[in-house]
Design a protein around this ligand. Structure first.
Ligand code: DGY
Length: 319
C-alpha cells in the first residue's frame, strides 16, 4: 500500500509526478490549502505524512489541534520560524526542512539583488518604461562598481558561504559576522568580525543570512543603521523580521542607506506600502529559492523525508 500524505500546495511537475506514483495523496485545490483545510484533510484521511510550507504556521495552538495520526511533516523550506519546535517535541511527530538544496539558488538571488542595486538596474528599467526621452550625460544617473568593495555578510551558514564565493569571483572583499568564527575552509577567504559593531562600518554592501529568532529580530534598526557607512546597500533574502522597517525606510529616504534589495518582509504578503514608493529599493515577493530546479530538489527532499519516516527509517533532514 502506498503511504498516505496530505499535500498543502501544488509542487513542481516532477514532484507532482512522484507524488502520483509513490503516494496516496490528498491534493490541494488550485490556490493551496488554508490551515483549516490542512487540519480537515489530515483528520479525515488519517494521513501520517504532510508536505507543507511557511503558509501553514505550526504555532503551539495549531500543533495542539493536529491529529495524533500525523507522524511526519516535511516543510518545503530551509527556514523553520513558522514551526514551534517545543510543541512538536511534546506532540511527538517529526518535522523536516530542506537545507543545502537551495543554497546556490538563494545565494544567486542575493547576489542578483546586490548587483542590480549597485548598478541601479530597476531605475534604468523604469526610465525606459516611463518613456526614455534623452541620452544621459557621462556623469549622470551613475551606479557603482562592486569590484574592490566590501561585502559584509551577517550569518555565515551555507547560503552566506555560497554568497561569499560569488562575491569573491567579482573581486569583492568579504567580511562576515556569525555566532562563532568558522574553520578556514568554510570562510572562503572572508574575514571574521567578532561583533556587528566591528562589521557594519566596513560594509559597502550588507547581506543578511541569519535565521529569524528572538535574537535576530530588528537586528537592523536605527542604532545599527547609524553604524553603517553612508551610502551602504542592504540586501535581505533571510527573513523580514531581521529589519526594522521604520528605521530602514527612514535611512533609504535620507540616503544614509543608498539602496536595498529585499526579498523578505515583515508581515508578508502585506508589506509596508512605503517600500513600493521608494525608487532606490528592489522588491521581490519571497522568491530567492524559486527556480524549477531548486523547488524540485526541495520537494523531492520533502518526499524522501516522508518516505523514510513512514518506512521506519530515520529522516534525512530533521529539524
Ligand atoms: C526558505 O526555504 O526558508 C525560503 O525562505 C522559503 O520559505
Amino acid at each position: 500500500m502506498k503511504p498516505k500524505i496530505v499535500v498543502t500546495r501544488q509542487m513542481t511537475q516532477a514532484v507532482m509526478e512522484r507524488i502520483a506514483s509513490d503516494f496516496d495523496a490528498i491534493l490541494p485545490p488550485p490556490g493551496g490549502m488554508n490551515p483549516d483545510q490542512v487540519l480537515l484533510a489530515l483528520e479525515e484521511s488519517g494521513a501520517p505524512g504532510l508536505l507543507f510550507n511557511g503558509g501553514t504556521r505550526f504555532d503551539a495552538t495549531y500543533v495542539a489541534r493536529l491529529p495524533e495520526t500525523l507522524k511526519v511533516a516535511a516543510s518545503c523550506s530551509v527556514g523553520f520560524d513558522h514551526v514551534d519546535l517545543a510543541s512538536i517535541r511534546d506532540k511527538g511527530f517529526i518535522v523536516t526542512n530542506t537545507p543545502e538544496v537551495l543554497d546556490n539558488s538563494v545565494a544567486d538571488f542575493a547576489f542578483l539583488l546586490l548587483l542590480a542595486s549597485a548598478r541601479r538596474l530597476h531605475e534604468y528599467d523604469l526610465t525606459i518604461r516611463e518613456g526614455w526621452s534623452r541620452y544621459f550625460g557621462v556623469s549622470e544617473f551613475l551606479g557603482n562598481d562592486v569590484a574592490g568593495k566590501t561585502l559584509a555578510i551577517v550569518g555565515m551558514g551555507r547560503i552566506g558561504q555560497a554568497l561569499a564565493r560569488r562575491a569573491q569571483a567579482f573581486d569583492m572583499k568579504v567580511i562576515y559576522h556569525n555566532r562563532r568564527k568558522l574553520l578556514a575552509a568554510a570562510e572562503h577567504g572572508a574575514t571574521y568580525c567578532a561583533s556587528l559593531q566591528e562589521l557594519l562600518p566596513q560594509a559597502d554592501f550588507l547581506s543578511l543570512h541569519a535565521p529569524a529568532t528572538p535574537e535576530t529580530t530588528n537586528l537592523l534598526n536605527a542604532e545599527t543603521i547609524a553604524r553603517l557607512a553612508k551610502g551602504a546597500i542592504v540586501i535581505n533574502t533571510a527573513r523580514g523580521s531581521l529589519i526594522n522597517d521604520d528605521a530602514l525606510i527612514a535611512a533609504l529616504q535620507s540616503g544614509k542607506v543608498r539602496g536595498a534589495g529585499l526579498d523578505v518582509f515583515n508581515g508578508e504578503p502585506k508589506i509596508d506600502p512605503r517600500y513600493a514608493s521608494l525608487k532606490n529599493v528592489i522588491l521581490a515577493p519571497h522568491m530567492a529559492s524559486a527556480t524549477e530546479e531548486t523547488r524540485t530538489a526541495m520537494g523531492m527532499l520533502c518526499l524522501d523525508n516522508i518516505a523514510a519516516v513512514l518506512s521506519g527509517k530515520a529522516p534525512l533532514t530533521q529539524i
